[in-house]
Write a protein that binds this ligand. Structure first.
Ligand code: GLA
Length: 386
């Protein structure tokens, strides 16, 4: 994103005057640990170098103005209307964050805001957490509210849960808020204890494969999975007290899984509990530089998400299964919520061109869609940039 273009558009939209302050928050890709976060489990995401930029300046009025380079919808909202949701428009993300500041008793000022994101929309790379965190970090600084980073991350999630209506876990906001260049974040989503794991792999890259299949109905299906996990937990509590699904190891689950009468619900729990173990094994493999094991765990994660959790679909399955056929692909799986969006692969640098040449045409022939491929650059978390 050219910062100069953001500043120029800011002036033409909101008038010349003091230069706006500039903030940035990244997107994220998750290496492994899918649909574990809202079950108190482990995840291993990293922040990306693309994300959302925000230019912001006080307007001296009791209103907030919102605009973005990404959509034509813009809004001019008096303070009295800030708590009103605006259909399914993108402004609900910043409005949801503002709502959290109000709930904390922070005194507002009016701001003019211009956003610009270079995360592909609907790709499952957390454009929503990115816009939430860029807003939260900017408001915190502009309002001098002194809220610490972890709390801002929780507020981003609360904005999405309470205002937008998506019952997401904490992974995305945490990765976007706490990311570090060249590192993945091994996060315990219950305690929020975390460890940075070096992600630079000599001769190998993280490649993101975008199916360009929009994640339609993803929010309602996502919330359905959250409810299914709650139901599974309820049944497993007949064995012993559990706080979250991730309190159970896979061996104990397999011995007792029949206490969950409904087969679908049982499958959901099996995914979560087995995935949690895969994250621990993946972190151990990464630390000892064992990419072969990491790759196998990623492949197993995809299959579990396909058969037990049922969040993949034809597009993600095609792109991942085709990627597996390429010799230099160490492992590949869907990433994020699923139902479309992106997959992530670890690929030998010498095989990236072959991956694109082999997977692209088969994917197009099977789905009618064109895939995009990006070599991920792992960047830092949200902050002020100007
Ligand atoms: C979405 C949610 C996250 C997480 C993933 C699945 O990205 O926002 O909280 O649940 O799906 O792992």
């Amino acid at each position: 994103m050219a910062i100069a273009a953001l500043q120029k558009e800011f002036k033409s939209r909101y008038g010349i005057g003091e230069a706006p302050a500039l903030f940035f928050a990244p997107g994220r890709v998750n290496i492994i640990g899918e649909h574990t976060d809202y079950n108190g489990g482990y995840v291993l995401p990293c922040a990306l170098s693309f994300g959302t930029y925000l230019a912001v300046r006080p307007n001296g009025e009791r209103r907030m103005r919102f605009a973005t380079f990404n959509f034509s919808y813009a809004a001019d909202v008096p303070f009295g209307d800030l708590a009103k949701k605006q259909g399914s428009e993108w402004v609900n993300y910043p409005l949801g964050v503002i709502d959290q500041f109000v709930k904390k008793g922070v005194e507002l000022q009016g701001f003019d805001m211009l956003f610009s994101g270079d995360i592909p929309n609907g790709a499952g790379l957390s454009s929503s957490a990115s816009i939430e965190l860029v807003t939260a970090v900017a408001l915190d600084e502009m309002l001098d509210s002194g809220i610490d980073r972890i709390e801002l991350i929780k507020m981003g999630r609360a904005a999405e849960n309470q205002f937008v209506g998506m019952n997401c876990g904490i992974m995305d906001q945490f990765a976007v808020g706490m990311g570090k260049a060249s590192s993945a974040i091994f996060l315990n989503c219950r305690t929020l204890g975390y460890e940075l794991v070096p992600v630079e792999m000599e001769g190998y890259s993280i490649v993101i494969m975008n199916t360009n299949k929009r994640r339609e109905l993803a929010d309602s299906k996502y919330n359905e999975r959250v409810r299914e996990c709650a139901s599974a937990l309820e049944s497993l509590r007949s064995i012993r007290p559990l706080t979250d699904l991730s309190d159970m190891e896979i061996a104990e689950f397999l011995e007792n899984e029949k206490v969950i009468a409904d087969k679908t619900i049982r499958n959901r729990a099996r995914h979560v509990i087995s995935e949690n173990r895969r994250v621990l094994d993946a972190v151990a493999a990464m630390k000892r530089g064992d990419l072969t094991t990491l790759g196998k765990l990623m492949n197993a994660s995809h299959e579990s998400l396909r058969t037990d959790y049922e969040v993949t679909g034809k597009e993600l399955d095609t792109i991942v299964h085709e990627a597996w056929k390429v010799e230099g692909v160490v492992g590949a799986r869907m990433t994020g919520a699923g139902f479309g969006g992106c997959a992530v692969a670890i690929v030998d640098d010498d095989s990236i061109d072959e991956l694109i040449a082999c997977v692209g045409p088969v994917y197009h022939a099977t789905t009618g869609l064109s895939a995009d491929f990006y070599v991920a650059s792992v960047g830092n978390g949200a902050g002020r940039i100007g």
